[in-house]
Write a protein that binds this ligand. Sequence first.
Ligand code: KG4
Ligand code: ZN
Length: 341
Amino acid sequence: MLSLSIETSCDETSVAVLDNDKVISNIISSQISHVKFGGVVPEIASREHLNKIIEITELALSESGKELKDIKLISATSEPGLIGALLTGLNFGKSLSMSLNIPFVPVNHIHAHLYSNFLNKDKTEFPFISLIVSGGHTLLVLAEDFFKHKVLGKTVDDAAGEAFDKVAKLLGLNYPGGPEIEKHAVNGNKDYHKFPLAHVKGSEFDFSFSGLKTSVLYFLKKIDFANVKNDELLNNICASFQNAAVSSLFNKTLSAAEKYNIRNIKVSGGVSSNKYLQHKFNFLKDSGYSISFPEKKYSTDNAAMIGLVGYYKYKFSGDKNYFLNESLLINAKAKVDYEKF
Ligand code: KG4
Ligand code: ZN
């Protein structure tokens, strides 16, 4: 069954065409107008989605070699994200499904990151510990089966990717900060400075990154970074920060895997494309763990992962009327409901 999926929750306008769970085309247009602001400006994001959505849909269809009349299912991100940005893709998708008289499936963006590890892979094995690390979310989940998730921990303040972005800004690097920090960290010494790892009171698996960001800020002030900065210093600070952020993600994920006795770990979201993070997790393979990351093109925001979850939801529900009538009433939500995750 051919499906068309839409992702517009933040600053990527993306449309994909899937044949069941196989990706045929996946077009991603990243909005660059936010770079000069050092972060995503919600109103600009919504307007750019509106300008691009038809063109990107046409591109995804032409690259897939299919026509709109071949599509039998539409899915789009409905939550969480920037509300105006979500509304653009969601309403475009709902309208398309009404005009074609085909089912529509709303998709939770974080589910999509979680299942992005199954894209273009042969096996869909459960259970696994899922670490979802993006610019907006940091979540540790026990995935027992399809849509049987237990949220073990989440960030109490900044998301992991957000910490990379904010620290990059402090260092005078461009947005998005993650790839910039990684680029400099490769040539730096991770032991140059020990930034503190946060302990969150009351929850063993919750994360916190705002303290780490603040300690980088104080450190930069202490060494008068603005006046003494040079490439070596920048590289060393990037490597030390990256080590602290990744260690915190790694330690909690490993503790959760040990506690629940699960040897299968899947990391996803933009930060999962970080090579140092991958290197650290891959070490666990020597101790019998199975470790996986999505392909790079599926780690940051993309519509293929939305289409995969749309397809799974449709397949497991099987009731076309539900999707036609009920889903069209669903509206966008900025925040995720962890109780119903
Ligand atoms: O999953 P994603 O595309 O968007 C959200 O759902 O938020 O993740 C974007 C985030 C940004 O914060 C970006 O800085 C971070 O992922 N990121 C990275 C890397 N590539 C992207 N962080 C660390 N290292 C990277 N190589
Ligand atoms: Zn995302």
